[in-house]
Write a protein that binds this ligand. Structure first.
Ligand code: PEP
Length: 256
């Protein structure tokens, strides 16, 4: 991880959501082959978060490549009577290196609150993995001019005191931009990322400058470069466009 005054190393993370059969592994092979064909040391970290059923097989396939495997959610307990849930320890055992927590679809579909997200982040750290903590405003909140307030409140309540640049990545994902083809203006992205950076530095000191802040919400090969050129945008969390190797590689290229 880079220090004060330098840009953190970019991360491009793909979130497959509830998509991906075993046939989808061909896309992952194509991503890792595409990166290997470019040669040289990678200037960007690349992560793919498939459904939990594919983590183990992907981790095997991607061993020794530039691509890591992550998970999309976890329970905060290490084990126990939680039917249908998976813990960070189980996901780590399967080969995950990072876990997304607090995605807006989890918050909306499963009523996840900031304090639940914080418990999950702490659990991810307990298992020695990186937490990718998602925050972002709804369309109504943006129209009401509440974006910065909402994002700052989510950040304060969702991040634990043990947050460091080595164990946590923040993903700013405006809810209204996810899967819609809409994106905020570049100035709007810059304002929100700058507010997030300010909060991280206020709370965690100089190390807050090295915490990676990803932008997520309708990132595509066509807009990835301009998003990456914004200060404090240190990579992307990519949903739909991560499902096809060619699109995902097009985005990774913009961040390399
Ligand atoms: C996401 O779900 O994290 C996301 C950013 O989705 P999409 O890229 O499809 O908008």
């Amino acid at each position: 991880m880079t220090g004060e005054g330098t840009r953190p190393r970019p991360l491009v993370a793909g979130n497959w959501k509830m998509n991906g059969l075993r046939t989808g592994i061909a896309e992952v092979r194509a991503v890792s082959a595409g990166l290997a064909a470019q040669g040289g040391p990678a200037a960007v970290d690349v992560l793919i978060c498939p459904p939990a059923t594919l983590i183990m097989v992907m981790a095997e396939i991607l061993k020794g490549t530039q691509v890591s495997v992550g998970a999309q959610d976890c329970h905060w307990a290490p084990s126990g009577a939680h039917t249908g849930d998976v813990s960070p320890e189980i996901l780590a055992d399967a080969g995950a290196t990072a876990i997304i927590v607090g995605h807006s679809e989890r918050r909306a579909d499963h009523g996840e609150t900031d304090s639940m997200v914080r418990l999950k982040q702490e659990a991810v750290h307990r298992a020695g993995l990186t937490a990718i903590v998602c925050i972002g405003e709804t369309k109504g909140q943006r129209l009401a001019g509440q974006t910065i307030d909402v994002v700052v409140r989510q950040l304060q309540s969702s991040l634990s005191a043990g947050t460091t640049s080595a164990n946590t990545v923040v993903a700013y994902e405006p809810v209204w931009a996810i899967g819609t083809g809409l994106t905020p203006t570049l100035d709007d992205v810059a304002d929100v990322h700058s507010a997030i950076r300010g909060q991280l530095v206020d709370r965690f000191g100089p190390d807050g400058r090295s915490v990676r802040i990803l932008y997520g919400g309708s990132v595509k090969p066509q807009n990835a470069k301009e998003l990456m050129s914004i200060d404090n945008v240190n990579g992307a969390l990519v949903g739909g466009a991560s499902l096809k190797a060619a699109d995902f590689l097009g985005i990774v290229d913009a961040y390399a």
